[in-house]
Write a protein that binds this ligand. Structure first.
Ligand code: PGA
Length: 276
């Protein structure tokens, strides 16, 4: 079972529907792969639309970059195959996916309930995928009602996940900060406060040692301008990036910005020597 050591840094490109053709997706994946030594120490994952998963998986074969899906069915074929249009977690695994986003706010807005999200997580994890559970409030209030909201999303999805904590991650995405510009992202101190809260809820629900294996990511208008500051001060293990991941160069800039200090400094020193 794979584990998430504390020092792990993960940045996920959420392609949403931005990339549509296999040709552009493969070109992106190949060029990301070529750039890999520029973001040493950071794991790059791509959450792709279903149709692009097999070609991108092929383009990323034997690389450390992970390919995954943006959602999965709450059903599986063993229960019943009668689910027209659904794509099960096992199908995703067979197509080359290693992880799946569950409960993204754009999916919840289309009607996915907490129960559906819980089923999706269980199916994904039992099919051998890593599940990235997305949570986040639509608005904040001075009374802190958003904390109760986040807690209920987490607790509902956590039921039955104990055995799989080593393959789960949480992406905290406040809905009000999604799809805007860098200055509209949540501030690093607020992100840190929420990340601590999420860790506490996971710890209460799953136990301390299981919770410690679950990395917390932040999503919502992360781009090259704010990635470094949020990584340093936000208390998170990485990001879920939407619009700024649609173009390869801006995604690579984010990956570079979150490199662990040692890797970034080594790179700078080598650059200086080369210039001498
Ligand atoms: P954004 O999207 O980076 O465009 O805000 C994040 C997401 O919805 O996952």
């Amino acid at each position: 079972m794979n584990r998430f050591p504390k020092s792990r840094r993960i940045v996920i490109a959420n392609w949403k529907m931005y990339l549509e053709s296999p040709k552009e997706a493969v070109k992106y994946a190949q060029n990301l792969r070529k750039n890999a030594r520029n973001f040493n120490g950071v794991e790059a994952w791509i959450a792709a639309p279903f149709t692009l998963i097999p070609v991108v998986a092929q383009a990323l074969k034997n690389s450390s970059i992970k390919i995954g899906a943006q959602t999965a069915s709450p059903f599986n074929a063993a229960q019943s195959g009668v689910h027209t249009g659904e794509v099960s977690a096992a199908m995703l695994k067979n197509a080359g996916a290693g992880f799946v986003l569950v409960g993204h706010s754009e999916r919840r807005a289309m009607g996915e309930s907490e129960e559906t999200v819980r089923e999706q997580s269980v199916r994904a994890l039992s099919a051998g995928l890593t599940a990235v559970l997305c949570v986040g409030e639509a608005e904040r209030s001075a009374e802190g009602t958003h904390f109760g909201f986040i807690e209920s999303q987490l607790r509902s999805a956590c039921e039955g996940l104990q055995a799989y904590a080593g393959r789960a991650a949480v992406a905290y995405e406040p809905i009000w900060a999604i799809g805007k510009s860098a200055e509209d992202a949540m501030s690093p101190p607020e992100i840190q406060e929420t990340a601590i809260f999420i860790k506490k809820v996971l710890s209460d629900a799953l136990g301390r040692s299981a919770a410690a294996k679950i990395p917390i990511l932040y999503g919502g208008s992360v781009d090259r301008a704010n990635a470094k500051a949020i990584m340093e001060e936000g208390g998170v293990s990485g990001f879920l990036v939407g619009h700024a991941s649609a173009k390869l160069d801006s995604f690579v800039e984010i990956l570079k910005a979150v490199r662990p200090l040692r890797q970034a400094q080594g790179k700078q020193a080598r650059g200086k020597h080369a210039g001498n």
